[in-house]
Design a protein around this ligand. Structure first.
Ligand SMILES: C[S@@+](CC[C@H](N)C(=O)[O-])C[C@H]1O[C@@H](n2cnc3c(N)ncnc32)[C@H](O)[C@@H]1O
Length: 893
């Protein structure tokens, strides 16, 4: 496969129908069919190797289903055995001697791009818009760089990587592309146009299948012809199932049927059709009047009416929730109509009830074969097996398409199922009816497998016809330099130092259990996520409970593999939704444990569409972007020689400052970069030592004094000399300084907050106190002992003879810090001496005490004290968690 160096685009090769020779991973094949046959045979051989099946996160399923889905080497529905060949082909060799790479973390705003038609072609439980990812890739890479996403879901990172070679897409971000391929943001050259090869991996076969279809080109025209033919064939065979009649007798085709659950009145036991009695103007009423006895009943108090049916999967008669059709929406020509079902419609449904299912369909028992985490008991709805999520007519229809699509070959088969799968869940009982909605397609309640009391059963034409045309946007997907793998990232076999940039969006805690939400897709693929490796916090009958500690451990294992794959000095961007502080800490801890250094944390301000820095975990519960780097080999080597010495610490700081953004301005204001402030530099320095098992050679006071002596200070930030001059130059153009928002939620933030007030002007206690009270009234961390303003002032600031409080000069600052440290240690010793659990603690005292114990290698005291405070105190504090994890590790050894 030759690279076109002008645009960096990899030439589009027509697939199965292609006549000409095809080059793939350094080999030439007479045509694409031969390529496919060769790699399928290779994969077949691999599947026979028992060690291959033992790779972490190997999906649950049979060889034949894996082979049917795979299109090797581009995609395998199991760990991809061709990854090493791929990186050998595309990765530029890491140059050990001159491998230094210099790039600041990306700090600009990123707009969302969620309405783009490629992005919306197939939904997923969470998704990052590829347009947002493109900005990151362009910032960190050039066209010959390899990109990796270990939790790739639908493969948006791959789409972004390949569309960096598409001029229109790049220009749609507001950049300009020069004739030589240079990409400019205003006057600044930021990158070069060209596709970036990309490695994608996800544990879920459903996700990796979507990613494959998003990333490997299909012949869109062939697809459109085949899809239209499929709908025609379905019409000939089963069009009768979707026929209804207008009042004048003209036949129409059903768009959708609204079904309602039926409840039993708890006074007269008469039937209450939910839609007729409980819904008014599309809203559900709390109180319902029984149409039979006129009693007023509340919806919650009602039981569903059931009917007995023989369930094939259960092999016995079961109780199924009774549902009745209440609305039929249909079309005659271009006109749409609605009616209540009449006698003929009901007779048709009775006929359909006995219609055989034309092909294979999934019958896995959800209470036995599948280990669902969601606790909703589907048995009360009469849903025992996967097929019961579909009305009979829908099941006949899905099975027909499943069977027909399987008769196609090669790339076309995959793309046809992608098209069908994109609306598959919308054919099930999960599809809610939205009376006021624009469309009834895919109206699922996101994040759950919720079956409502009213649902819309849509016809295949209604859901699929428009999509045939809309998928034309896939003409833009032309590159062949993405590779997709299925398994746990912890077991991913990518060559060391072969990747230039990682963008990833890890699963976040217990909010979303991806494998459950994909269960309908995976059931039809007959290939399932290996839930024993799913990096989430959950409880299951079979795989048992996964705690937050398991989540951190699994995440660390995956980050470790990603860190190894990344070239030294290169960047990882971790995007995720911060739902809980403990999860945010787990992610930070996992990154640290895996050997990354965090250099910037920002949150997306959804209202403003801008990114803000984040310094404390407590501040946000929204989308976060963490930028971290893999330390350069030089730093690692030199640090290990000097680990635990002052020289080692300053070596780290030199290096870290080099990685931080120098000047960030927004709307004419310069931003104070939190990572350049003394306390965060101190935290990062400590973390690096603890992670390397080294003692920390400097106290906070010594560190702060050293910072002022060694580095240039500007606007409360520290810089290397050349950075300071660059900052000064740019600073001339901007007058105002924008401080990041500070919330007083603990002692640390309270000190910063007071420092900020006093650096603007010295204040008396009396003036400061009311402002502080207002600020400190915000909630302190649950287990943190709130501190009086007086104590904060006494321990950190100086008072002049006019009783005004000031920020101390650096000499006095050092003295105060030493005194404060002694008093914190004294308080820690009191905790150690006391008995029993500690519900409320001074966190700074715990942090100081843990650091002191770490220095003296007293790991047992750290562990004992961690066990005496509430679990979330440790889980939600990055420093304490770091000491505790490392102490546990070393004490164990
Ligand atoms: C937040 S989603 C990623 C979504 C993706 N950014 C997108 O745009 O589609 C996280 C993904 O991690 C996957 N996952 C969970 N545990 C994993 C593991 N151990 N290894 C690899 N992937 C895993 C889940 O299946 C899920 O698709």
């Amino acid at each position: 496969m030759a690279k076109n160096t002008t645009t960096g685009l990899f030439p589009y090769e027509k697939d199965a129908a292609s006549e000409g020779p095809v080059e793939c991973l350094g080999m030439t094949f007479p045509n694409d069919e031969a390529r496919r046959t060769y790699f399928i045979e290779e994969l077949q051989k691999k599947l026979k190797d028992p060690a291959f099946r033992k790779i972490e996160g190997f999906p649950i399923g049979e060889d034949e289903d894996i082979l049917a889905l795979s299109d090797p080497p581009y995609y395998t529905a199991c760990p991809n055995p061709f990854l090493q060949d791929f990186t050998r082909q595309y990765s530029t060799k890491y140059d050990r001697k001159n491998g230094s790479f210099s790039c600041e973390p990306f700090t600009a705003d990123v707009s969302e791009g969620k309405s783009d038609s490629i992005y919306t072609a197939h939904s997923y439980h969470t998704k990052v818009p590829y347009k947002a990812i493109m900005r990151y890739i362009l910032h960190y890479t050039e066209p010959d760089s390899v990109v990796l996403d270990g939790f790739s879901g639908t493969g948006m990172t791959g789409v972004a990587a390949q569309l960096c070679g598409n001029r229109d897409e790049v220009e749609s971000l507001g950049y300009t592309v020069k004739p030589d391929g240079g990409i400019f943001d205003g006057k600044t050259r930021i990158s070069r146009i060209g596709q970036r090869p990309c490695v994608l991996n996800d544990l879920s076969p459903a996700a990796s299948f979507i990613a494959y279809n998003y990333n490997v080109p299909a012949d869109v025209q062939d697809f459109q012809t085949a899809a239209r033919k499929l709908l025609e064939r379905f019409d000939s065979a089963y069009g009768w199932m979707y026929r209804t009649h207008h009042k004048d007798g003209r036949p129409g085709r059903i768009n959708y049927v609204v079904w309602s659950d039926v409840f039993a009145c708890n006074h007269c036991q008469g039937e209450i059709v939910f839609w007729n009695e409980a819904v008014e103007d599309g809203e559900v009423k709390e109180e319902i009047t029984c149409p039979n006895c006129e009693a007023t009943v509340s919806k919650r108090s009602l039981d569903r009416m059931t009917m007995t049916e023989f369930d094939k999967a259960a092999g016995k008669a079961v109780q199924k929730a009774k549902r009745v059709p209440v609305i039929i929406n249909y079309s005659i020509g271009g006109e749409k109509y609605e009616k209540e079902p009449d006698g003929k419609d009901l007779a048709l449904l009775r006929k359909i009830a006995n219609e055989p299912i034309p092909g294979w369909f999934p019958t896995k028992r959800i209470d036995e074969d599948i280990d669902l985490w969601y606790e909703r008991d589907y048995r009360t709805l009469g849903i025992y097996s996967i097929d019961a999520f579909f009305e009979r007519r829908a099941l006949v229809m899905v099975s027909f398409f499943h069977h027909e699509i399987a008769t196609h070959e090669g790339r076309l088969r995959g793309f046809l199922w992608f098209w069908f799968q994109s609306v598959l869940m919308g054919f099930s009982l999960l599809n809610r009816y939205r009376a006021k909605g624009y469309s009834q397609v895919n109206q699922l309640l996101s994040g759950t497998l919720y079956v409502g009391a009213v649902h819309a059963e849509v016809s295949p034409w209604y859901a699929l016809e428009g999509k045939i045309h809309r998928l034309e946007v896939f003409e833009r997907i032309r590159g062949r330099a993405s590779i997709v793998s299925t398994g746990s990232t912890a077991g991913l076999d990518v060559a060391e130092d072969s990747v230039d940039y990682i963008f990833t969006d890890p699963p976040f805690g217990s909010n979303i259990i991806y494998s459950d939400l994909s269960i309908l897709w995976e059931s039809w693929l007959n290939l399932f996520t290996n839930t024993s490796q799913e990096t989430v916090v959950h409880r299951r009958k079979k795989t048992g409970a996964f705690t937050l500690a398991d989540y951190t451990r699994m995440l660390t294992a995956s980050f470790n593999v990603m860190r190894k794959a990344l070239k030294p000095g290169r960047w990882i961007t971790v995007e995720f939704h911060n739902s809980k502080n403990s999860v945010w800490n787990s992610i930070q801890e996992a990154l640290l444990q895996a050997g990354f250094v965090v250099a910037d944390v920002r949150t997306l301000d959804k209202q403003m569409g801008t990114f803000k820095q984040v310094t404390t975990a407590g501040a946000v519960k929204q989308d976060l972007v963490i930028s971290a780097y893999k330390p350069s080999e030089q730093l690692e080597k030199q640090f290990m020689l000097k680990a635990g010495s002052e020289a080692g610490a300053w070596q780290f700081v030199d290096n870290h400052l080099r990685q931080l953004p120098v000047f960030v301005s927004r709307n004419g204001k310069v931003e104070v970069i939190a990572e350049r402030q003394n306390y965060l530099l101190f935290d990062r320095m400590i973390a690096f030592h603890v992670q390397h098992g080294a003692t920390v050679p400097l106290s906070a006071a010594e560190f702060y004094a050293g910072l002022s002596q060694r580095y240039a200070k500007r606007d409360e930030m520290f810089f290397l000399p050349n950075q300071a001059s660059s900052y000064d130059q740019k600073r001339l153009e901007v007058r105002e300084v924008e401080q990041f928002e500070l919330f007083v939620s603990d002692e640390k933030s309270a000190i910063q907050w007071v420092r900020r007030q006093l650096s603007q002007r010295p204040m008396s206690y009396r003036d400061l106190q009311p402002v502080y009270m207002k600020e400190a009234q915000r909630v302190w961390e649950k287990h943190e002992k709130p501190l009086e303003l007086r104590t904060i002032l006494d321990q950190n600031f100086v008072e002049d003879k006019n009783e005004k409080w000031h920020v101390p000069d650096s000499k006095k600052d050092t003295d105060l810090e030493q005194m404060r440290h002694r008093s914190l240690l004294k308080e820690f010793q009191q905790y150690v001496g006391a008995n029993g659990k500690l519900k409320v603690v001074r966190m700074e005292a715990l942090r100081a005490g843990f650091k002191d114990c770490w220095q003296s290698k007293d790991y047992l005291t750290i562990i004992k004290m961690a066990e005496r405070v509430p679990e979330d105190v440790i889980q939600e504090d990055p420093a304490l968690l770091m000491y505790y994890d490392n102490a546990s590790l070393l004490a164990g050894e």
